[in-house]
Design a protein around this ligand. Sequence first.
Ligand code: ATP
Ligand code: MG
Length: 333
Amino acid sequence: MQTITVIKGDGIGPSIVEATLRILDKAGCDFHYQYVDAGLAAMQNYGELLPATTLDAIANNKITLKGPLTTPIGDGFTSINVTLRKKFNLYANVRPVKSFTGTKARYDNIDILTIRENTQGMYSGHGQKISADGEIAEATSIISRESSANIVEFAFETARREGRKKVTALHKANILKSTSGLFLKTARAVAEQYPEIEFNEMIIDNACMQLVMNPHQFDVIVTTNLFGDIISDLCAGLVGGLGMAPGANIGHDCAIFEAVHGSAPDIAGKNLANPTSVILAAIQMLRYMEMHVIADRILLALTDAIASGDRKTRDLGGNAGTDQFTQAIIDRL
Ligand code: ATP
Ligand code: MG
């Protein structure tokens, strides 16, 4: 039996992760779950944000389903998500957005897959310094040819496997000549190995406007860490908000599936959160495990529940709670 590491997370995490596990069980998944803590929950129980038992479970079971984690604000706390991505070299962050009928989204028929380099660039935490007088702050952005090639290859391989037609590389090589320049040059070289897939490049600021005005031109997007983070939230906004946005962090050895959003402290504990982000992350997880039949079954039930308007959460324009919406999906399964 497959064991999956489950981190319920902070804020709305436990409620949306538990909702997802109920759905997985109802859909016929025969998983064994190893529950471990990270973030605030781990701080309270073990006095550290990422206890060794948690790291061991992620490494041993290879597959993790994770709720959002809160990193305490203040000196000395590096983001837990960033730490996990670096520790397990989860170099590819895969963030799909798809339109669902029955949401309040601005567009229909959106289907965009953002693939974000997850370990380098401005988010890697290199060279962080603040001068003694507090006047000057400094950080270093490092981009390697190898990591750029890996992420662009990952994007093209995913496009090929999913039958997608076009890969767009987002960059700012006209200004960030060294870092973004190396990424773009590498992307062009990799693209030549995939002549059957259209390759397109776009400057990040123009891409933001294009995504808002004409999003249907995009298929797969590949980009560096910082741009990918921002763009994937923009894409979530195209399909009805953060409650609809899942993400997978994929490495060579293990993978962590999660919601794109944070712990949403403003609605935590109120039975208001939309669990769709984690449900979609679980569907990504099932596809990663080649369990496509169950993935399709859950997607169908979820799609129908949202489309019919039966017990929708508030962010989707309804007035049901997390539990009622989850039950609407389970009833369909
Ligand atoms: P964090 O510091 O953990 O990132 P945050 O305050 O930035 O927390 P997010 O979780 O990023 O909050 O959410 C941003 C906004 O989107 C909040 O208003 C939140 O209520 C809303 N939101 C996020 N996730 C969901 C969800 N699953 N369902 C409904 N609303 C959500
Ligand atoms: Mg946030």
